[in-house]
Design a protein around this ligand. Structure first.
Ligand code: BDP
Length: 339
């Protein structure tokens, strides 16, 4: 028996199909978007994230809401990037080096002694460099909503200043679990011990490590200053951080919703940076009263020379984005005041 030809779908039916596909692309079922942070709720990062979360309702005409889960509640620090790519977590605030595997150009931002300070760093990130990296991040499955401030990081120790290279010899120091930070501390002659942020207090207390490195707001918020009251301004890292949204979530939002959330992310970053600077002004005086001893750092030269193994792969990187990132930073360094 001859088969009858299938009827051609009518123009109307085809239009209906296309429409349903187009709508399907942004039909995120109404729900709470969940945000991950390593910090407590009153920390500038979470305050910035909360600003973003508050806009999710109005930006989606009340369809979705958002909530910030602090203190690594949603996932351990080491698992967050995977969960954000898979869409299990919708948004998060993280440092840049963790993404180095997926976006090699981010490694350029994460190596020591790369920026003079936050001002120079944000002048770059709010311009071509930031856009370049945002495009790479999108390819890796996340949308950059805003560049947050991770501040200037310094070393601290239970019983002594860590100023010159000789002070670091064989000292056990906590670092985040990233190759860049492990290599950095080992290159200084110390012994890097990778530990999650929230487990560091206990490790200093138990003597597993003698100290760590972080910015002043984290040094205070974690209470590390109580156990390791010798804080030296080594300024080895000026660290950009980022508010990111899972592309899985993003792709299910409509174009106007995406535009509103992007703007909310940018605004949250501006707010976060102001809050950060406001807080920085008060911390040192407050901690001095608690008995913390502050020390100036020493000459950077010997430290920078030790970082050669970290820099070399960057100088020789062949991917064009890393090369462009490097040249933009070096050009701005030549203009920035020396520190
Ligand atoms: C904090 C940063 C956070 C890092 C943490 C750490 O805000 O992104 O993960 O330090 O050292 O200051 O693990």
């Amino acid at each position: 028996m001859a088969l009858l030809p299938l009827p051609k779908p009518s123009t109307l039916a085809r239009a209906a199909l296309l429409l349903s596909l187009a709508l399907g692309a942004h039909t995120l079922a109404a729900r709470e978007l969940r945000g991950w942070s390593v910090h407590a709720d009153d920390y500038p990062v979470n305050m910035g994230m909360q600003r973003f979360a508050d806009v999710v309702g109005p930006a989606t005409q009340g369809k979705h809401s958002a909530r910030v889960y602090g203190n690594s509640q949603l996932a351990p620090q080491g698992a967050v990037l995977e969960k954000i790519t898979s869409g299990e977590i919708d948004f998060a605030e993280v440092g840049v080096v963790g993404y180095g595997e997926k976006v090699p150009a981010l490694r350029v931002l994460g190596v020591p002694y790369m920026f003079h300070g936050s001002e120079q760093m944000f002048a770059l990130l709010d311009g071509e460099l930031g856009n370049l990296l945002a495009a790479e991040l999108e390819k890796a499955g996340v949308i950059l909503l805003g560049w947050y401030d991770g501040g200037t990081r310094n070393f601290y120790h239970r019983s002594k200043p860590l100023r010159a290279l000789s002070d670091f010899a064989d000292v056990k120091l906590r670092v985040g679990n990233t190759k860049t930070h492990i290599d950095m501390v080992n290159a200084m002659g110390a012994k890097a011990v990778p530990i999650a942020f929230k487990d560091t207090y206990k490790s200093i207390e138990d003597g597993g490590v003698e100290g760590a490195e972080n910015n002043l707001p984290s040094y205070e918020s974690t209470g590390h200053y109580k156990l390791a009251p010798h804080y030296s301004f080594t300024q080895h890292l000026v660290s950009p951080e980022m508010l990111i949204l899972s592309k899985k979530t993003w792709d299910q939002l409509s174009k106007p919703e995406q535009a509103r959330l992007l703007e909310a992310g940018r605004q949250s970053a501006r707010f976060m940076r102001e809050e950060w600077n406001r807080r920085l002004k008060e911390i040192q005086a407050r901690l001095s009263k608690q008995g913390v001893k502050f020390y100036n750092g020493s000459d950077y030269g010997p430290f920078v020379r030790r970082m050669k193994p970290l820099y070399e792969p960057l100088w020789t990187a062949s991917d064009p984005v890393s090369r462009r990132a490097l040249s933009l930073i070096l050009a701005s360094m030549a203009q920035a005041p020396t520190r």
